[in-house]
Design a protein around this ligand. Structure first.
Ligand SMILES: Nc1ncnc2c1ncn2[C@@H]1O[C@H](COP(=O)(O)OP(=O)(O)OP(=O)(O)O)[C@@H](O)[C@H]1O
Ligand SMILES: [Mg+2]
Length: 197
């Protein structure tokens, strides 16, 4: 299966999950993230805002704000295919649908945060292998953004089991994640910053 066929197949399968399944599995996935030390200790994190049956992140944003963490959300700079991390102060009031209908901060609420300030990034994706390689939506937005964070910034992806594939054909610019969490398991991809050689 080619990359574009994987994208199509996985997105179709994810789209066919019922709203109850998406909510139930998302809750199981967040339970695992919320007890991780990489989350507990993170003072600043970036969280994607889910759309189209992605693992839901609303409860995560609320929990992180409750704990007094700095929460940034991605803003897409479409012409340059870049992401800006924007500090979120009022959730959900600061947000409105932006590019592709994904929630983003309203223009007057964009407060750029240095990528180097981030301790943790929650990375979305379409399909993943067990080594943390990630197939995204094909824009290269996260592959350009993640290398701008610190060497010790932790990348965690949240995915349903149906998004885990044997091979996602990573290329040179593809940026793998350190942990992958599904409704069934927490996968340490063996790439955690503390163990980078
Ligand atoms: N760091 C980079 N510098 C320059 N070009 C890049 C970089 N990362 C990705 N690209 C380019 O962006 C395009 C899309 O990349 P790719 O197919 O890996 O997207 P993706 O991983 O699915 O998207 P995303 O990162 O937004 O989830 C490719 O043409 C790729 O060469
Ligand atoms: Mg990529």
């Amino acid at each position: 299966m080619s990359k574009s066929e994987i994208r199509r197949t996985v997105l179709k399968a994810r789209q066919s999950l019922t709203p109850a399944a998406v909510a139930g599995k998302s809750a199981l996935i967040l339970q695992k993230l919320l007890v991780m030390k990489e989350y507990r200790q993170a003072a600043a994190l970036m969280v994607y805002l889910d759309f189209r049956n992605e693992v839901q992140t609303g409860a995560l944003v609320a929990d992180a704000l409750d704990r007094g963490k700095r929460v940034a959300v991605p803003v897409t700079d479409v012409p340059n295919r870049r992401l800006i991390a924007s500090l979120l102060l009022h959730y959900p009031d600061d947000l409105a649908p932006g590019a592709w209908g994904i929630l983003e901060p309203k223009p007057e609420c964009v407060r750029p945060l240095e990528p180097a300030a981030l301790d943790l990034v929650i990375v979305p994706g379409v399909a993943f292998d067990l080594a943390g390689n990630r197939l995204g939506y094909g824009g290269g937005f996260y592959d350009r953004f993640l290398p701008c964070t610190r060497p010790d910034t932790v990348f965690v992806s949240l995915a349903f089991e149906l998004q885990i594939r044997l091979d996602v054909y990573p290329g040179e610019h593809d940026c793998p994640v350190h942990y992958l969490i599904t409704e069934d398991r927490l996968i340490d991809t063996g790439r955690a910053p503390g163990r980078r050689s």
